[in-house]
Design a protein around this ligand. Structure first.
Ligand SMILES: [Zn+2]
Ligand SMILES: [Zn+2]
Length: 338
């Protein structure tokens, strides 16, 4: 199959569009959009597929726009810039889930733009990267100078960043449990090993492939999510969207330990005895990211030698990538290439 972008006439772009939740994405050709003030138009080089894209497609998140081009782990080159943009044409940048913050609400003013009252989300409330081209707020387009492979860099833009913010939330403990060993955990495990911390990987019972991958990436222990680790954990981070993991993780952390929920959506958390929370254990969630998180992680990733394991799909096969993610048919991260 020849790349989708090669079929396009001059001045046109192509995108995989969600017209109705629950329905497959549809290929559409559109006029090339012009970037407004403060915006850039990117020629997309790669866009990774995230579990949040599945939640968007399935209609599980409130407040999304339709039709919408999903995709919020974009790597591309600046092709055109609107007024007031300092990014030079040709610069390779990455665009994450939080695509715009208002800069004026109490959260933005307090440096907590991840909780902005008037945010825009890439691939959810503004068109994203399952496309040959995308327009982004240049304030949320991060230069990727240290990265020579756009496919390997794409999963860093959400799986990497959310993993990093979740780890910051988990604290400085040595023994960190990761529940759900997919795109985010396989990157975070590399960060943890670089920091000389111990990774305990929890997967679906019997998922030998994921457990083997975790051990390959340096996990000191890998097992089923309902198993107890050999030592109590200092903190646990949940990437699997399964509420039943919360009491299991609380049982696995020590007194004063934290359970961090890293996903945007989760099935209901079942009732559990207060004794699991007692002794100052905490349950917290992570929402979105700040630009400071992104700059910090994108500077650290090349130094730590973080490598994403990827499976690539042509852009026009986005539906297949989403279904393979839904059914856990690959390890690491899926990446669409126009
Ligand atoms: Zn994501
Ligand atoms: Zn705001």
């Amino acid at each position: 199959m020849t790349p989708a972008s090669q079929h396009l006439p001059e001045g046109r772009m192509g995108a995989m569009v969600l017209r109705r939740t629950g329905a497959p994405l549809v290929w559409e050709e559109r006029p090339l959009p012009q970037p407004g003030p403060g915006e850039v138009r990117l020629r997309v080089e790669a866009c990774a597929v995230c579990r949040t894209d599945l939640h968007v497609v399935d209609g599980e998140l409130p407040g999304g726009h339709l039709p919408i081009v999903p995709g919020h782990e974009i790597v591309g080159r600046v092709e055109a810039a609107g007024p007031g943009v300092t990014l030079a044409p040709g610069t390779r940048v990455g665009v994450p889930w939080l695509g715009h913050s208002c800069g004026q609400c109490p959260y933005c003013a307090a440096g907590r733009e991840n909780l902005c009252d008037a945010p825009q989300f890439t691939g959810f409330t503004r068109d994203g990267g399952f496309a040959t081209h995308a327009v982004a707020d240049s304030a949320y387009a991060f230069p990727l100078e240290g990265f020579d492979d756009p496919v390997a860099a794409a999963p860093l833009m959400c799986a990497g960043l959310i993993g990093w913010r979740s780890l910051r939330m988990a604290g400085e403990g040595r023994r960190i449990g990761l529940y759900g060993f997919g795109a985010a955990a396989h990157l975070l495990a590399q960060v943890l090993r670089w920091q000389a911390r111990d990774v305990y990987a929890f997967t679906r019972a019997g998922d030998e492939a994921a457990q083997a991958m975790a051990r390959r990436l340096g996990a000191v222990w890998a097992g089923a999510s309902d198993a107890m680790p050999p030592e109590p954990l200092d903190a646990a981070i949940l990437f699997a969207p399964v509420g039943a993991l919360v009491p299991l993780a609380l049982r696995a952390v020590r007194k004063g330990g934290r359970v961090v929920c890293g996903g945007i959506h989760m099935s209901d958390i079942p009732a559990f005895p207060y004794s699991l929370l007692w002794e100052e254990r905490q349950v917290v969630s992570v929402a979105n990211l700040t630009r400071a998180d992104a700059l910090e992680f994108l500077a650290l990733a090349p130094r730590a030698g973080i490598r994403a394991q990827t499976t690539t799909y042509p852009l026009t096969r986005a539906n297949e990538a989403l279904e393979d993610l839904r059914h856990g048919r690959f390890q690491g991260a899926a990446v669409l290439v126009p």
